[in-house]
Design a protein around this ligand. Structure first.
Ligand SMILES: NC(=O)c1ccc[n+]([C@@H]2O[C@H](COP(=O)([O-])OP(=O)(O)OC[C@H]3O[C@@H](n4cnc5c(N)ncnc54)[C@H](OP(=O)(O)O)[C@@H]3O)[C@@H](O)[C@H]2O)c1
Length: 332
């Protein structure tokens, strides 16, 4: 029987999500990869246990995580039942709908039909009465935003979710969503954008909107799917995400990118960190970021990513060097 570590709250840092009552761990764990029906169940279970033992109280899912679609929620449901039910009230569990999930016109995007039917399916797969956060996974250009936000409001009012979130909305869309949800009486808790040293779009206005509106941010792929680690310094390992050549493409790991990764790796070494640790620390250097949402393929990566919290401070000189490397000037 799993008994969580007594010391699990001793060293994790928690950050408040905007102007809300919810604090999230500075590092959260996502189940997009390595928790599907095709993956090793005991490895998935070991990563979740280790994460919780280290104070990671937030696990992030979506309807179609797997493969196959839905299977990450099923795996999570089984592990919840075996290990985490006594700790349910210590956990923030999220799921999402808005990407393709089932065939036909109602299994995708932002209709009320899709969002609420998908949430019901997710609850069933995970064996949960409610999720803590329910997200619209991406904006839908063809559905009125009032309809998608109205579905999030219904999810919360009906008790299937405690809080509402959005993902991949740009700054303007986010301002609109904030207003609609506020008028409905279900304030937006959190936004989930992609953010890393390699993908800096949220700096172009989104983070300002979130700060002004009191909305938190949990940033996904802070390691750029593993590129910002020591995994690829000597080529593409056969057990890596890039080797599967699907979500992370081999063709995107050219010499130019590798040169940047190697230069960043040197800066990380000078800071006494692995590159993965520095990548996590780098997103968290901004107090507007509530949590770094990482993925892992093995327990040691959970430890490594949490170890980032030992050094979140960057000198102006380090930040200047990092910006130089990212801009293609090898200044370190
Ligand atoms: N809202 C959205 O649209 C959206 C989209 C994508 C992701 N997400 C969420 O964000 C979560 C994280 O995304 P992500 O998995 O792309 O994040 P990531 O942390 O950038 O990448 C995770 C991958 O990096 C490698 N890695 C992790 N820690 C490492 C370490 N310490 N040392 C070396 N390599 C390490 C592993 O790759 P290997 O497997 O190669 O070992 C791991 O699978 C997802 O699970 C999901 O919850 C949301």
């Amino acid at each position: 029987m799993y008994v969580a570590d007594d010391k699990r709250y001793d060293s994790m840092q928690y950050r408040r999500s905007g102007r809300s009552g919810i604090q999230l761990p500075a590092v959260s764990l996502g189940l997009w990869h390595n928790f599907g029906g095709v993956d090793n169940f005991e490895n998935s279970r070991a990563m979740l246990r280790r994460a919780f033992d280290l104070g990671i109280t937030h696990f992030d899912l979506a309807n179609n995580y797997g493969p196959p679609y839905g299977s990450a929620e099923e795996t999570f449901g089984q592990i919840l039942k075996k290990d985490f039910l006594p700790y349910r009230d210590e956990l923030i569990i999220s799921t999402k709908a808005g990407w393709d999930m089932w065939p036909g016109p109602y299994g995708n995007l932002g209709s009320r039909k899709n969002l609420l039917a998908s949430l019901d399916q997710s609850l069933k797969r995970m064996g949960l009465k409610y999720v803590d956060i329910f997200y619209h996974h991406r904006p839908d250009p063809d559905t009125p935003m009032e309809e998608s936000m109205g579905a999030l409001d219904t999810a919360v009012r009906s008790g299937r979710a405690l809080y509402a979130g959005i993902s991949a909305y740009n700054a303007k869309q986010t301002s609109e969503a904030v207003k609609i949800l506020r008028d409905l009486g279900t304030p937006l808790l959190i936004h989930q954008p992609k953010y890393s040293m390699f993908v800096r779009d949220p700096e172009q206005g989104l983070l300002d909107v979130l700060e002004k509106e009191g909305v938190g941010s949990i940033v996904f792929s802070p390691l750029a799917q593993g590129l910002l680690s020591d995994r690829y310094l000597k080529g593409i390992p056969s057990d890596s995400r890039a080797a599967r050549d699907f979500f992370l493409k081999k063709k995107d790991i050219g010499e130019d990118k590798l040169a940047k990764i190697r230069a960043l790796n040197e800066i990380a070494g000078q800071r006494g960190q692995t590159l993965a640790e520095m990548a996590v620390a780098w997103v968290l250097r901004d107090p507007r970021i509530t949590s770094a949402l990482v993925g892992t393929s093995r327990v040691s990566q959970v430890d490594d990513n949490v170890a980032a919290l030992k050094n979140l401070k960057f000198s102006a000189e380090e930040l200047r060097k990092i910006d130089g490397i990212l801009a293609g000037k090898q200044t370190n």
